[in-house]
Design a protein around this ligand. Sequence first.
Ligand SMILES: [Zn+2]
Ligand SMILES: [Zn+2]
Length: 306
Amino acid sequence: MNGTTHTTPPRPVDVTALLPDLAPLARPAIRLHPRPGSPSPYDGSIGGPLLWPADHPWPYCTMWHESTGDRGWDERPGFPLVPVAQLYARDVPLLRSPGGADLLQVLWCPFEHAPEYKPPTALYWRTAAEVTDILAAPPEPSEVRYACYLPKPCVLAPEQITEYPNFLELSEDLRQRLADWDRWQAAGVAVDDSYAVAPEEFYMDELSHAPGWKVGGWAPWGLTDPIARFCIACGARMSPLLTIPSCEWDDSGLGWIPQEDRAAAEAGESGDMANPTGVQISRGNNLQLYACPEATQWHPHTDLIQ
Ligand SMILES: [Zn+2]
Ligand SMILES: [Zn+2]
């Protein structure tokens, strides 16, 4: 971790005061707050160099890729994967696991592969102290058709927050109570009257889960209804591991802009601040990675676009 501090503002309302039944659903999440920088292999990063053992083979995508080469269209396999995220447990304690690994490396093929048209991801868990000789010059793709899948190098400033489920993941009873403006009024919470017709939108925008790159917490939904993910190795219900977004915030999530960035954002001077990595997942969506809580390091992960 070597980024400057970024602090999520306190939530405008303690939602558990309004609905105590939400309290047991609170989950920790760690916002990564990527910002442009020059990370080393010893830093946590997005799009940075990995602490990759010199004697470990670099992973390649084995699917076919359409390519516009000198000879016109052709197809070829064998794209080297590119670094997406490197996360040390010392910075992101949610990644500590009984397996002893303290470093998670996420790579993908920068190509939208059928049938779901998303970049296939690969996860590597390591013990950082065991990596002494680092691979000096990892292979790079000879061409990239989707620049939005080559993350710009960013350093991180992880920050732990508390999240609640997406509105769509709540029970019908909880959803009805969140949509009851009289209940909000009775609780005396200061919410703008513009939310009176749909106070659940205030919950969705400001109180449930944060936008942006994060580990753990609750997953974004909306492209589809929530779909439970189950481990193919043991059947356990999988948990959100990493959210790879298309922006750190958008118009519906302005309340999540870190305090240190608000002045620049409000002055319209934030530049690429709202999307420092440059990643765009399938036209503005999130790629959600899930892991098995029973054997995070060993059972296969899964992912989906939301
Ligand atoms: Zn590929
Ligand atoms: Zn499992």
